[in-house]
Design a protein around this ligand. Structure first.
Ligand SMILES: Nc1ncnc2c1ncn2[C@@H]1O[C@H](COP(=O)(O)OP(=O)(O)OP(=O)(O)O)[C@@H](O)[C@H]1O
Ligand SMILES: [Mg+2]
Length: 282
């Protein structure tokens, strides 16, 4: 007897379920939004269907960075005024942005019925997405933890500044000791050289090994300090778009390729629908 398809992925296509990657840091201003957006652009240029979830309520968020002014956001979906697919905005390079804005706060307080409706909306997106990247806010607050926990892969960004190391450590400590997260991917931003990036990574692993026990911290790579990046920010453009030959852009393209080459994780609890189910505690 034919098996009844149980998910959109089974009914819709044969590709693996979308990967969900959260980018977080503890400290603000270390480059999360630039990493998420430049990576999204690079992945999209390589043929991937990418959705960026802007889970940051602060001002320096994805739409500001790109000079976009979304008319509608998650709030309009949650109050039933818009369908989810209608609020997505197309960014340069072809990736999509899900503008969350104040809707992010409302997600925690939905009725069971609203959550189920929202999940069905999200499931429909599964067919048009390969990778979802989540840009989180600065600080270690409930909102940041909430989104990071629900993602399959957790990327912690830090820079060579000592305060950034402390904050990345604090974030890892909270996620591992309070929420049992055991695996983190570490991305060093604004390093002058790979040697410097590796030294920063080693420092982090040293404190983590010493005080947090057996965690897996994987070095994902580094993005160099590059003047072209703030220049692009000032023009409300992405560095990969404005200065594709710059050193930072080269690294973003390499990182995108590296992510594409990786085998998806064997379990499926990171796919889009499961991501939201996790958020909603269903
Ligand atoms: N690789 C880099 N080279 C040079 N400057 C950089 C680099 N990465 C980030 N910056 C600078 O840091 C600024 C902050 O970056 P971004 O907004 O991406 O950080 P963030 O972590 O998202 O901040 P917040 O925590 O406030 O959301 C950028 O506007 C840019 O000027
Ligand atoms: Mg940001």
């Amino acid at each position: 007897m034919a098996r009844t398809p149980s998910s959109t992925y089974e009914t819709g296509r044969h590709a693996p379920p979308p990967r969900v990657i959260a980018v977080t840091s503890g400290k603000g201003g270390v480059g999360k939004t630039n990493i998420v957006t430049n990576l999204a652009y690079s992945l999209a240029r390589k043929g991937k269907k990418v959705l960026v979830l802007d889970a940051d309520l602060n001002l320096a968020n994805v739409d500001v960075l790109l000079g976009l002014t979304p008319k509608f956001n998650l709030h309009h979906v949650l109050i039933g005024e818009k369908r989810l697919r209608d609020i997505l905005i197309k960014a340069p390079g072809g990736f999509q942005i899900l503008p969350a804005s104040s809707g992010i706060m409302e997600l925690a307080d939905l009725s069971e019925e609203q959550k189920l409706f929202f999940l069905s909306e999200i499931s429909a997106l599964g067919n048009i997405i390969d990778i979802m990247l989540i840009d989180t806010a600065a600080g270690i607050n409930n909102n940041v933890i909430y989104f990071t926990l629900a993602a399959q892969e957790k990327v912690v960004v830090l820079t060579p500044e000592p305060t950034s190391l402390t904050d990345a450590y604090a974030m890892i400590k909270v996620l591992s000791s309070l929420h049992d997260v055991k695996r983190f991917r570490i991305l060093v931003n604004s390093a002058r050289t790979e040697k410097e990036a590796l030294a920063v990574f080693r420092q982090l692993t040293l404190v983590s090994d010493r005080f947090l026990g057996s965690l897996s911290l994987d070095y994902l790579g580094f993005i160099p300090y590059d003047n072209k990046l703030p220049q692009a920010v000032r023009s409300q453009r992405l560095v990969v778009d404005m200065s594709p030959r710059s050193t930072a852009s080269g690294k973003f393209f390499d990182l995108a390729e590296q992510l594409i080459q990786e085998e998806p994780e064997p379990h499926t609890d990171g796919n889009i629908k499961f991501f939201w189910k996790g958020l909603f505690n269903l």
